[in-house]
Design a protein around this ligand. Sequence first.
Ligand code: ZN
Length: 208
Amino acid sequence: MIQDQVDQIAEKVVAGIKQKLFIPVEASGRHVHLSRKIIDILFGEGYQLTKAKELSQPGQFSCVERVDLIGPKGTIKNVAVLGPERQNTQVEVSLTDAVALGIRPPLRESGNLAESAEVTLATQLASVPVKAAIIAKRHIHMSAEDAQWFGLSDKQNVCVEVLGTRPVIFQEVTIRVSPHFRTFMHLDYDEANACGYQKGTVARLVRK
Ligand SMILES: [Zn+2]
């Protein structure tokens, strides 16, 4: 495609997001959120995480620090740490990652750690087993203003068509509303790969 056409398509997508016809999509890779206690063990007493890059959700950031995930069947090295530190440690992996590690995490909304799977976190300094691994349920972060515009409420499940290079309609996408959120759909890499996600991919709600 010649650059002019690419630019025109990009302009239409940006306009569509502004008019709330489209919802921007992000693929979130495997990552961990760490509690104070676990940071002390893995990086040293009182260690402060180092911000590398701001994320789309206000106040959230990726860190310079990395950890290894060790399961009974395999290890995944250099996994992203997201800040700020949290009350509870949480490890978010895709189903493909879980198979490689040899663990069976439940499909859960972020923050709900019931029956989460055990995995070992490791740095050069230390390693520690945590019962904290989940597969995050796909979701849309939505600002209160956008939720009102779309007529949606917190915890509602919707059907969403993701317009990647091989479009997929996803069912059971959970809406999460907060005045602190910016509107973005989050997929894990299994889902992102399934629909041919690339940077700039958008989605639209499918009204039943
Ligand atoms: Zn999210």
